[in-house]
Design a protein around this ligand. Structure first.
Ligand SMILES: [Zn+2]
Ligand SMILES: [Zn+2]
Length: 444
């Protein structure tokens, strides 16, 4: 990205700054494109409206003229919310014809409402704690060649776009919302929209921060979960803080799976009343998914330890996650989650981030270890649950005078060709039994 070019353009409208990423018409367009693409990926229909276009086409002209005409009243109302609103304050910021900067609210020196123009001097503007120098140009601008200050622009948008419902981040709740509602009512004579202040959401417990790289893009999220699971996340109560945890994305998926089951069961969930389920589910899942199979996400992550598609399916059937009469299409859909769970395990490098060794690794075990592995093979062959296999590994090690850690290490070597891995007993119970027995016997 070309940050230098961005710096030279400070003070200009975003739509007049070249795209520092080089792909779109402007810096502003770049972000609009990102939002549109993300919405598209999530199958959420959005229509974006360009503020710049609205100004240039004259859609804001009437309301701008009205505010200039009633600028005394506009100042009086704004002064309740903002310091430094004096006689020099004009609720219009012309764009300097010479340098392209959006001038400050004290730049206008004369107003000709009949002619629809203002005279201005391009003065310095404050942006946070820095000052962007004006070029000193003196010029004339039409009411389409500038913008309203934000505190006025927002209520003007409500009028121009016919906004009747306005969700906004909690930062606006004590700032521009009360002043905007006041301006709408007492300057413009409009009824403000119904407001909804929402809380922030966090990413793995921390605020999103693009400068610190603490962000995740929609397309990355969709490598980990299905679009409907992400849409489900946005049905959570916006008035409370929500955390999007990549580390524990399995919990979000489990929650969604319960939510989907509840919808078809005619029940609610611990997090959602029946009424909410009935309203929210059809809004986020387009097609009826009544007959679909959902593999538990962490189980899908276990299946992701092997690339062998047949073995994946065998393991899923063995654990009854796929019923015998499931259609080929339903099985394929269910197993599609495995690649996402695999990507998750790799991304967060958790207990599922292991690779089952497809072929028997080269090993050199002593006689005691070999005998212990043979005993273990016999135990697994008899058919036991994961926890039983887990404690049997300890038992068998003791029987053969081995350090249990060494027997686990031998197991990890055989199945992953590493010296560590996930909880071995549980994992072996999920695998195909014949495969496990042969591998413990070092036969395949
Ligand atoms: Zn771009
Ligand atoms: Zn200028």
């Amino acid at each position: 990205m070309n940050a230098g070019a961005l710096g030279r353009n400070l003070g200009k409208p975003y739509t007049a700054i070249p795209d520092p990423f080089g792909c779109c018409d402007s810096y502003g367009d770049h972000f609009v494109t990102l939002i549109e693409r993300s919405a598209d990926l999530l199958d959420i229909p959005v229509e974006t409206v360009s503020n710049t276009d609205l100004y240039e086409s004259g859609a804001f002209e009437d309301v701008t003229r009205f505010l200039l005409e009633h600028r005394d009243q506009a100042r009086d109302v704004l002064a309740k919310y903002q310091d430094k609103v004096d006689e020099s304050y004009v609720p219009f910021r012309p764009i300097c014809a010479s340098c392209g900067h959006v001038a400050e609210t004290d730049a206008v020196t004369a107003i000709d409402l009949d002619g629809g123009t203002v005279e201005y001097v391009c003065t310095d503007m404050e942006a946070g704690d820095r000052v962007i120098e004006g070029c000193g140009h003196e010029g004339t601008a039409t009411l389409r060649e500038g913008k309203l200050p934000w505190r006025f622009e927002w209520p003007a948008q409500w009028r121009v776009l016919g906004v009747d419902f306005e969700p906004f981040g909690k930062d606006h709740a004590e700032g521009s919302w009360p002043s905007g509602a006041d301006i709408a009512r007492n300057v413009l004579g409009d009824v403000p929209p119904v407001p909804m202040a929402y809380e922030w959401f966090t990413l793995d417990g921390q605020a999103f921060s693009s400068s610190a790289g603490h962000v995740i893009m929609v397309q990355e999220v969709l490598e980990l979960i299905e679009p409907e699971v992400l849409r489900y996340f946005f049905t959570k109560d916006p008035s409370t803080a929500r955390d999007f945890s990549v580390e524990r994305i399995d919990q979000l998926v489990d929650e969604f799976d319960r939510f989907e089951r509840a919808y078809f069961d005619g029940s609610g969930t611990e997090a959602r009343s029946r009424e909410t389920v009935e309203i929210a589910y059809p809004a986020i899942v387009a097609d009826s998914a009544e007959s679909r199979l959902l593999l538990p996400y962490t189980f899908a992550a276990v299946l992701g330890m092997t690339d062998d598609a047949e073995l994946r399916e065998k393991m899923a059937r063995r654990e009854d996650h796929i019923p015998a009469d499931a259609s080929t299409g339903a099985v394929a859909d269910a197993l599609a989650r495995v690649d996402r769970a695999r990507t998750w395990a790799e991304r967060v490098d958790n207990a599922y981030n292991y690779r089952l060794a497809a072929d028997l690794p080269t090993t050199e075990f002593d006689a005691a270890t070999e005998a212990a592995l043979d005993d273990l093979a016999e135990f697994v062959e008899a058919g036991h649950a994961g926890e039983e296999i887990q404690s049997e590994i300890f038992e068998t090690a003791r029987d053969h005078d081995l350090d249990p850690g060494d027997l686990f290490a031998a197991g990890y070597r055989l199945f992953f060709d590493t010296d560590q891995g996930p909880q071995l007993g549980t994992f072996l119970a999920d695998l195909d039994r014949a495969f496990v027995v042969d591998r413990l016997r070092r036969e395949a």
